[in-house]
Ligand binder design. Structure first.
Ligand code: PHE
Length: 430
């Protein structure tokens, strides 16, 4: 399993898709924790919901209303309530949360090795323009990451950032030269133990001027690439101790050359970050033609799962004390002791798909209904009949991390999934 292909670098995929509206409209809200959210007044009894709908969230002191981000009948908007409710959570700013502990550990490394020369940003709004998220970092017009299937769109010009690289150009334009940007990022994806539609990244950016590389005897690109590798190898050692690591060449639209760092962990090579030497065009846009820079982006959940032995990505969102009480400020790498594992409940659903069907749309519907009670969604059968109709069968694994689910409750969730899938995704149940 690799972090960046698991959950952090869609940009290394070179494939392209045609952009199309996916017809997503409305999702019921499901989430199992409290946030900086303002809840709307109690719903009428008839509309019984498991959880309240969040009517507004607070992002760094700015109140964002639900109706500005979730637009039920607008086909250019695909943000469900379950995602909106995560907007103000900022797990990376909690010192006793594994994500905050890892972030602080990385800060410590940069502060002590670079004399606090890296500025830190961790409160930039995750609602950004498509220009910031894509154009500014040279993501091609037909790149798969721009599709409604991969990214949450508020409207055709506004998205929930899918990477912290969305802030590179803006910070450069404002005159910042060395920085770390930490934040929540949003990606539509499948459902399993290592995928969650919201996770956290840290972006690092460092610029050099001719006097830095002039005496080195090597050219500026090579100089930056070597400095980058040295910096990140040191960071990996700071977090993981004496580990075996290797560099793998890759592709990102915004760096060249581009690399991924893998570390050997639990008998497997694990990708821990993507990075590279910044494309010169990006520097030129900010009048920095004579400079060279490097950048990296790392996925904090993946690092934390490894460091703290956390088996399921949903746990990061749990407010269960049996989880939260195990972590303390500055305690990098204590091992998580799993509390009892509750039994899973498997439900299959089969339907004839339509041309516009995508697995990510299906997963958003399931999450919208079952929230964090869904552990995995797996395609277990797929065939096309003589008439050219394609059938998919998915196995949904329901399991709470906090309690046993009753048959009645799971049947109820499954029946809602069947209704909604039919209603929203234009499929024919079998
Ligand atoms: N933004 C990339 C991603 O999320 C990671 C990255 C950042 C790669 C900076 C190179 C440089 O996939």
């Amino acid at each position: 399993m690799t972090i960046l292909s698991v959950q952090s670098t869609i940009f290394s995929r070179a494939s392209v898709v045609l952009l199309s509206s996916n017809g997503l409209k409305r999702f019921s809200f499901a989430s199992s924790f409290s946030s900086n959210a303002v809840y709307s007044s109690p719903l009428p009894k008839m509309k019984k919901r498991r959880y309240p709908i969040v009517s507004a969230v607070d992002i760094g002191g700015v109140t964002i209303a639900r109706n500005d981000v979730v637009r039920d009948d607008d086909p250019t908007n695909n943000v469900p309530d379950s995602i909106f409710s995560k907007l103000g959570m900022q797990l990376h700013r909690r010192d006793k949360h594994p994500i905050g502990i890892i972030k602080n550990g990385i800060y410590e490394y940069f502060d002590s090795n670079y004399a606090k020369k890296f500025e830190k940003f961790e409160d930039l709004s995750p609602i950004v323009s498509t220009k910031q998220n894509f154009d500014d970092v040279l993501v091609p017009a037909d790149h798969v990451s721009r599709s409604l299937n991969d990214t949450y769109y508020v409207d055709p010009q506004t998205v929930l950032r899918c990477h912290t690289s969305a802030h590179q150009a803006e910070l450069l334009r404002k005159g910042h030269r060395r920085f770390l940007v930490t934040g929540d990022v949003y990606r539509r994806d499948s459902i399993d133990a290592t995928h969650y539609p919201v996770f956290h990244q840290m972006e690092g950016f460092c610029i050099f001027s001719p006097e830095d590389w002039n005496d080195s005897g090597i050219d500026s690109t090579l100089y930056a690439a070597e400095d980058l590798k040295k910096c990140l190898e040191g960071l990996a050692r700071h977090l993981f101790g004496a580990v075996e690591m290797r560099w793998v060449d890759t592709y990102f639209p915004f760096t060249n050359p581009s690399f991924e760092l893998e570390i050997y962990f639990k008998e497997d090579w694990l990708e821990v970050l993507g990075c590279g030497v910044t494309e010169q065009v990006i520097l030129k846009q900010s009048g920095l033609d004579n400079n060279v820079a490097w950048a990296f982006g790392l996925g904090l959940e993946r690092l934390a799962m490894v460091l703290f032995d956390i088996p399921d990505i949903r746990l990061f969102w749990s407010s269960d004390e049996r989880f939260t009480s195990q972590f303390g400020k500055g305690e990098l790498g204590v091992k998580f002791k799993p509390f009892s594992k509750y039994p899973p409940c498997y439900k299959d659903i089969s339907f004839w798909i339509s041309d516009s069907f995508t697995e990510n749309n299906f997963c958003d519907v399931v999450r919208g209904i079952a929230g964090d009670l869904v552990e995995e969604v797996k395609l277990i059968d797929n065939f096309t009949n003589k008439k050219g109709m394609t059938s998919h069968c998915y196995r949904i694994v329901f399991r709470s991390m906090e309690r046993s689910l009753t048959d009645e409750e799971v049947n109820d969730l499954q029946s809602k999934v069947r209704d909604e899938v039919q209603r929203k995704l234009n499929v024919e149940l079998r």
